[in-house]
Write a protein that binds this ligand. Structure first.
Ligand SMILES: Cc1ncc(COP(=O)(O)O)c(C=O)c1O
Length: 462
């Protein structure tokens, strides 16, 4: 505030000499100078236009909301509220204080040797080819940075990238900041029945075909899908793969939820389809694989010519990821590979552990007037809340979109925080997400039971 200059000076001018000095200061000149400086600084140091208007992030806003309203349960952000497997966290504890001090120092920039070796051991049999740990894998700061390096390493000015909505919200910023143009296509529900599953959300083939042209550089696939939980089927993947091959387009396949798939559904890696290895970059996450989202280690694998482009972006941005965490992820993979054929292997036990949580939350939502889409994979449920519209007064919430109004009012009244899915749609398609709220179910049973109690009590009061 301009006035605070004079106030500040006067308040510290205790002696009469100081007060004389204060009288000599020309405050008008000081204020004019301050105005000139702040407007020229505002012009010069504004956000570069490639980041648009610096749109709000739903994550920043809803973390703030959770801190403000302290909802009794937070089913917003996707992370477990219970411990990761013991061997995983113990590995990290041992590494940092263990007898090899070098494990606390820089490691190889494109991936710690023990980790890339293990990633190759895990994925080679799944992909059906020997993956070269040195040239065909990049370790990144979470899957997020693998996506960033893949997009910045391939998308050029004027290139088009096809993105399937709803989509993980950073894809679009990464594409536009690389100078590319995003072409969106939305998954739409085939019906609105009471027993919808994520397989009911489908792409219109004709619409997809119409988006491909000679500017198309890349298509981003996310399977299992956040937020719908859709696990793309063999025929859906073939349709996408055929179009990528026909138009010479890369596929960036975000598979961070690869181990969270509920039987009888199976995760199919699009890189395994004929002719797709050559044009696919597949992304994974240690955070999701071992339930340690705060570790922020991810990876990308694919043919050396493509991975090389990611490496260039990575080496000039992150350069090398945290060594002890990479070593711990490597040891965790070794532990799981040693029990790969047992149901205790975390790659398989995680989905078994999550299934009753999913079913419990689906039932809770159904019993209380929501229409949830049962997810075949991942750990989110999208639920249509519109049958509850007459029970909740949304007019007090100033937001533009109904799902923002609903999730905020619901958090305040019921004490259960969910995420508004319009955050996962482009502006022209936001109306497609307005009737839904996204709930995360990788939470302690007691917190899911509390959710049930809170939603039931809220419903009974209305
Ligand atoms: C679809 C999708 N991709 C990528 C990520 C980022 O993963 P990481 O935490 O490893 O950066 C997430 C995290 O929620 C996600 O949901």
């Amino acid at each position: 505030m301009m006035f605070s200059w004079r106030q500040a000076f006067v308040s510290v001018a205790r002696s009469s000499a100081d007060q004389k000095t204060v009288r000599r200061i020309n405050f008008k000149k000081v204020i004019a100078y301050q105005k000139r400086t702040s407007s020229s600084m505002a012009d010069k140091f504004k956000l570069p236009s490639r980041y648009g208007a610096g749109e709000k992030s739903v994550w920043v806003e809803y973390i703030q909301l959770a801190a403000e309203y302290k909802p009794a349960v937070n089913l917003g952000q996707g992370f477990p509220d219970y411990p990761a497997p013991d061997h995983v966290t113990k590995a990290l504890a041992e590494i940092t204080t263990g007898d090899n001090p070098l494990l606390n120092q820089y490691t190889r920039g494109f991936g710690h040797p023990r980790l890339v070796q293990n990633l190759s051991k895990v994925y080679s049999p799944l992909i059906g080819r020997q993956i070269d740990p040195i040239n065909e894998i990049l370790v990144s700061s979470g899957a997020y940075e693998a996506l960033f390096s893949a997009i910045l390493g391939h998308v050029d000015h004027g290139d088009e990238v096809i993105v399937i909505e709803p989509y993980f919200d950073c894809y679009d910023y990464m594409i536009t900041s690389a100078g590319g143009k995003t072409r969106f296509i939305a998954l739409k529900p085939k019906s609105h029945s009471e027993n919808m599953t994520s397989a009911d959300w489908v792409l219109d083939e004709k619409e997809l075909v119409s988006l491909f042209n000679d500017k198309t550089k890349m298509l981003i696939l996310n399977t299992p899908h956040n937020p719908l939980g859709k696990v793309f089927s063999q025929s859906e993947l073939e349709m996408i793969a055929n179009l990528c091959k026909k138009h010479n387009v890369l596929c960036l396949s975000d598979e961070v939820y690869e181990w969270m798939v509920y039987k009888p559904h199976k995760h199919i890696r699009i890189a395994t389809l004929p002719g797709m290895w050559e044009r696919t970059i597949t992304v994974g996450s240690a955070g999701k694989t071992f339930s340690v989202t705060g570790w922020k280690i991810g990876w990308a694998y694919g043919p050396a010519e493509l991975i090389r482009n990611l490496q260039v972006v990575h080496q000039n941005c992150v350069y090398t990821c945290v060594t002890p965490v990479q070593e711990a992820v490597a040891r965790s993979f070794e532990f799981e590979l040693a029990r790969y054929n047992s149901p205790d292997c975390y790659f398989f036990s995680l989905a078994t552990e999550l299934l009753p949580k999913r079913d419990f939350l689906v039932k809770t939502l159904r019993d209380n007037g929501f229409n949830p889409t049962v997810p075949d994979g991942g750990y989110f449920i999208i639920a249509d809340w519109t049958k509850l519209a007459n029970k909740i007064d949304l007019s007090t919430e100033p937001d533009k979109y109904k799902d923002y109004k609903f999730t905020k009012k619901f958090a305040k009244e019921a004490g259960v925080l969910a995420i508004p899915p319009t955050a996962f749609y482009s502006e022209p398609h936001k109306h497609l997400g307005e009737d839904y709220a996204r709930f995360c179910f990788i939470k302690k049973d007691e917190n899911l039971q509390l959710t049930e109690k809170l939603i039931r009590e809220w419903n009974a009061k209305k």
